[in-house]
Design a binder for this molecule. Structure first.
Ligand code: ZN
Length: 288
């Protein structure tokens, strides 16, 4: 029996590696396997290398794991111990600031530049790879632990501590810079921050808006001019498990936007939400 032509555009095999065999044996055409943290990227790399006909890799840091990266913007001195850097980092990015005993149990973060170098290596190795899962999440709080190691998933109920939005934006934007430079599609997670996401994307699209049909007719070479030179944004963006409003769908599908914005929905997240039917009806009214 031949494989059916269905692609799973967003799956998390790194949380349940044993399911890799299910994917291998399933009838599904392709699976885009997300990474979410610095230390599950080797798994995605290996899975894509082992099953290149089935798995499309995606490399990124989910906002739930953005606390694992130290950004240069934090201004942390390099001539202090790793433990001091760690404590300063968590004081900088968590709010409210947790007690010292809580921060001591958190994993040692890694420097953004070290991480980005590794990310670039994986992207060069897999020319079909996406960047994701990346994004912004206003509601997430970090787990209370235990944090057994930097690579394993943290356990326990959610703590009262949020990762501040400034840090989440920095981690997101660093990934978007790379997505634009290498022209890789991105898979974006966004919770309660669609207006902010739109603002960040608009800043990238500024100066590159698709001209009106009349202007396109007046200048048939507009597309060539548009494609010249590096672009500050990726051409394909997927808003995964979209949970914004119907009005925001129309903003993300404005015909002037030079990226193609896709929306995906998942049974676990979207189908239980109030207003999902109304949201879907927007897609029947637009050509998005
Ligand atoms: Zn996801």
């Amino acid at each position: 029996m031949s494989a059916i032509s269905i692609t799973d555009v967003h799956c998390h095999l790194t949380d349940t590696p044993s399911e890799l065999n299910l994917v291998k044996e399933s009838q599904i055409h392709k699976c885009i396997v997300m990474s979410t943290r610095p230390f599950d990227q080797s798994f995605v790399d290996q899975a894509a290398s082992d099953f290149p006909d089935k798995i499309i890799p995606s490399f990124g840091i989910h906002p739930w794991f953005s606390y694992l990266l130290i950004s240069d913007k934090e201004g942390i001195a390099v001539d202090i111990s790793a433990e001091e850097q760690k404590m300063q980092h968590y004081q900088n990015i968590l709010h409210p600031v947790p007690p010292i005993e809580f921060m001591e149990k958190l994993p040692e973060p890694i420097h953004m530049n070290v991480y980005l170098e590794r990310l670039r290596h994986f992207l060069y190795k897999h020319p079909n790879a996406l960047i994701g899962e990346i994004g912004l999440d206003k509601s997430f709080r970090i787990p209370s632990g235990p944090y057994n190691s930097r690579s394993s998933l943290p356990q326990g109920p959610l703590s009262p501590y949020y990762v501040n939005m400034e840090h989440q934006i920095e981690v997101f934007e660093q990934h978007m810079n790379l997505a634009a430079e290498l022209q890789r599609p991105v898979s974006i997670h966004c919770v309660q921050t669609y207006d902010l996401l739109l603002t960040l994307l608009k800043a990238r699209w500024e100066g590159h808006w698709v001209p009106s049909l009349r202007k396109q007719r007046e200048n048939p070479l507009w597309m060539e001019a548009y494609q010249q030179g590096p672009l500050p944004f990726p051409l394909r963006i997927c808003l995964h498990s979209y949970s914004g409003s119907p009005e925001q769908v129309e903003q993300f599908t404005d015909r002037k936007i030079p990226s193609r914005v896709y929306f995906s929905f998942s049974e676990g997240i979207n189908s239980r939400s109030k207003g999902f039917t109304a949201l879907l009806s927007v897609f029947q009214r637009t050509d998005c």
